[in-house]
Write a protein that binds this ligand. Structure first.
Ligand code: ADP
Length: 753
């Protein structure tokens, strides 16, 4: 439910309006449909009622016919039937059938019988002639006595004689009215004489204003009546007329509260004014279209199955307001409300789906834009092919590397555009694109893969071919991404050289720092070393001054003392100079170096330490030792480091220590071996000897041998260490002897750097 509400909140106001309209329209339509069903039921009831009315009418009409038939038969058999019998018959009939207005007898009166006939009748109105006409025949003027005129002499008369039940007093004027000459009854009587059957008039307005129908039937004394119509007319002895109230015919006893109107209409004609209306209420005079729709006027035209009755029954009903049922409207609104709600949910869902779709399309376009810009901008060449190996796309770098026009390339087989070859390939290499399409997996280009664009230099390339799958996971092509490796290799070389240079600078710097550190440790010894020549200088100068204080100073001795002090000063100067050179920050300088000389320099620097440590130093310096090509200071740093390590190792022993420094030439290598009789190198030390920061000393830094190792290697030499059989350790440096090639090599390296 909460999800529904969240969904519905996304529905814009316009859609809500639509939902509202839908609700109302659907509710209205459903209510109308429901109302139509109710109306239909009502209509069925109406039709049933109409059929009952019709049956009632038919039975009444037949009753009229039967009554008339009976009366005519009675009069035919008993011509002298008493008036009382006639009255009784008519009264009984009208009592049973209220639609009967009156019955009358029309005797046949010939021209010669007229006078006798007129005299035989009781005189009710002395001023009125007995056999008479009413030529005006105006409906409501029957009672106007001035309308009556004596009938002119005619061959035959059928005057109105008896009216039973009796008419109102004013209507007595009818007695003697020659019906055969009447415009309405005349033709009907003629017809009845000829047919011998019951004939009916059209409805007419009677003297009392009521609408009536007249039945007429001829009376014959013979049974059956003559065959020929002419004979029948001749032999008729009179006629009987039955007048029935149309209202009475159509009067219904049920349903009492219906709004049904019943009328008669000649077949196909509009309803006649003979309308019997049973309305209980007044129908709306000008009903609106909605009223007509909801409360229509039901109508039926039913033919009356009585052969002589030329009318059809028109039955109408104004549907009553009670037919409208509010519960139908409520149910329709509730049901349509549910449908409208569901449609709102569906609409909201559609909107959300549409929005998601739009977002997805936007994302897709953005992604596509990114991809396209990336493909345009990158330095890698990208080329896509379909499963038929036809080119589908090339990015600008691919166009550049392949040297082709995209318009002429797209759609053509890829190997018309690009030829892949393999340098030094001993055997055929599988085509990477074919392999990728076959396996559906990424395939790297072989390392020796070269691109051979037509009319251009070949390019060594690297890259890979990756498969392209659609949403269903079906392979639809491959994308080959590759790059020219030449610029890359160039950049890598440059970076390598730069880093090597930096490394060398760091090493030099590190070596200098190590030297400074060593000098710091040797400072007291060196100061002591300097103290000696300085004390000697002071002693020589004092001696010279005391000699000069003599009256006759011995010139030669003074000169000798001064020379000696000069020698000592030079010695002190050399010590300081060496010290300065040792710690000065300087670039590595490759020069021919005499290893024997370097050994001497180092020994003089460490002389004090050696002496105070009571270590006996032996040197075996090979005469005529070849020079090596190296940096003097760094070589001396290496020797000093080895010497100091040896001193430290020897000091762990209580008895006198022994150090041997030996130079030699072994094949092309100039070697220096530093041997001691110290503690030696246990295996765990030997394994990590040249590792940075490896030390067994309490205040050691563990960098000395690491630096020595890299210095010796930088000069193309090697540094080894081993344990001596007789105890102690031996460190050995091997350096290539100086050769002419060294100078060429140095010149080249300087150019490179
Ligand atoms: P440090 O002298 O600061 O310890 P080194 O790199 O010079 O650093 O030496 C590393 C280790 O090698 C020393 O701590 C020591 O254990 C061992 N070592 C070096 N020279 C000798 C030697 N001549 N005899 C015995 N052990 C030695």
């Amino acid at each position: 439910m909460r999800a529904h509400l969240a969904l519905l909140r996304e529905l814009p106001a316009r859609r809500w309006l639509l939902v509202l309209l839908l609700w109302l329209a659907l509710g209205g339509a459903l209510a109308l449909f429901g109302h139509t069903l109710v109306l239909e039921r009502h209509r069925e009831g109406f039709e049933q009622t109409a059929r009952q009315i019709k049956q009632e009418l038919e039975s009444r009409l037949k009753v009229g016919e039967t009554l008339l038939f009976g009366l005519s038969e009675m009069l035919g058999y008993h011509p002298g039937l008493s008036v009382d019998r006639f009255y009784n018959y008519a009264l009984e009939a009208s009592r049973r059938y209220p639609f009967i207005y009156t019955m009358s007898y029309l005797p046949r009166v010939g021209a010669n019988e007229r006078a006798a006939f007129e005299q035989s009748l009781p005189l009710t109105d002395p001023s009125a002639p007995y056999i008479k006409d009413h030529p005006m025949a105006i409906a409501n003027d029957w009672r106007n006595r001035r309308g009556w005129v004596p009938a002119p002499p005619r061959a035959l008369y059928y005057p109105w004689l008896i009216a039973a039940p009796a008419l109102a007093k004013e209507d007595d004027a009818l007695t003697g009215f020659d019906m055969l000459n009447d415009r309405l009854f005349g033709p009907v009587l003629q017809k009845a004489f000829r047919s011998g059957e019951t004939e009916v008039t059209t409805p007419f307005v009677m003297m009392n204003g009521e609408t009536a129908l007249g039945y007429a039937r001829a009376i014959y004394h013979t049974t059956p009546p003559p065959e020929e119509p002419e004979q029948r007319t001749q032999q008729a002895s009179g006629a009987v007329v039955l007048m029935v109230r149309v209202n009475g015919l159509l009067e219904q006893h049920y349903p009492p509260s219906s709004r049904i109107s019943v009328s008669l209409s000649l077949y196909g004609d509009a309803p006649t004014p003979l309308e019997k209306t049973l309305y209980q209420g007044t129908p709306s005079a000008n009903p609106s279209s909605l009223e007509v729709l909801l409360l229509p006027r039901l109508s039926m035209r039913l033919p009356v199955d009585v052969p002589y009755f030329p009318y059809e029954l028109v039955i109408e009903e104004q549907v009553p307001e009670g037919v409208i049922q509010p519960s139908i409207l409520l149910a329709a609104l509730a049901f349509s409300g549910l449908l409208a709600y569901l449609s709102a949910v569906v609409m909201a869902q559609n909107i959300r789906t549409h929005r998601h779709h739009e977002d997805a399309v936007d994302d897709l376009y953005r992604e596509r834009g990114h991809a396209m810009v990336t493909l345009q901008a990158i330095n890698d060449a990208v080329l896509t092919v379909d499963t038929q190996m036809r080119v589908r796309y090339l990015n600008p770098m691919a166009v550049k590397l392949l040297g082709v026009e995209p318009e002429q390339t797209v759609g053509r087989p890829v190997y018309q555009t690009m030829q892949l070859r393999y340098e030094f390939a001993r055997q055929a290499v599988a085509d990477p694109i074919v392999l990728c399409l076959q396996r559906g997996q990424a395939v790297d280009l072989a390392e020796n893969c070269v691109l051979a664009p037509p009319d251009r230099e070949t390019l060594l390339i690297e890259g890979s071919v990756s498969p392209l799958f659609d949403r269903s996971g079906e392979l639809f092509g491959a994308v080959m991404a590759f790059r020219n490796t030449a610029p890359l290799r160039q950049r890598m070389l440059e970076a390598l050289e730069a880093s090597e240079k930096r490394l060398r600078q760091h090493e030099v710097e590190l070596a200098r720092v190590a030297r400074l550190n060593t000098m710091g440790e040797m400072a007291s010894g060196i100061a002591h070393e300097l103290n000696q020549p300085l004390s000697a200088i002071v002693s020589y100068c004092q001696a010279a001054l005391s000699l000069l204080g003599d009256d006759d100073p011995p010139k030669e001795m003074v000169v000798k003392a001064l020379h000696s002090s000069m020698t000592q000063a030079e010695r002190a100067g050399q010590i300081i100079q060496r010290l300065r050179a040792f710690v000065t920050k300087s670039q590595q300088q490759w020069v021919p170096v005499d290893l024997n000389l370097s050994v001497g320099n180092v020994l003089s620097l460490a002389e004090y330490d050696l002496r105070t440590s009571q270590i006996h130093v032996r040197t075996h310096l090979a005469p005529g030792l070849p020079l090596v090509f190296a940096d003097t200071i760094q070589i001396e740093q290496v020797i000093l480091n080895l010497l100091r390590n040896a001193i430290d190792a020897v000091q762990t022993r209580s008895d006198w220590g022994e150090l041997t420094l030996e130079t030699s030439l072994v094949q092309d290598k100039v070697c220096l071996s530093v041997r001691d009789n110290g503690c030696g190198l246990p295996d765990e030390v030997l394994d990590h000897l040249f590792d940075p920061f490896f030390t067994t000393k309490q205040h050691g830094m563990g960098l000395g041998l690491t630096i020595c190792h890299s210095i010796v290697e930088s000069f193309g030499g090697r540094l080894f260490a081993r344990n001596r059989l007789e105890g102690g350790a031996e460190f050995r440096i091997e350096l290539p002897r100086l050769s002419p090639g060294h100078f060429a090599q140095q010149a080249a390296s300087e150019r490179t750097i």
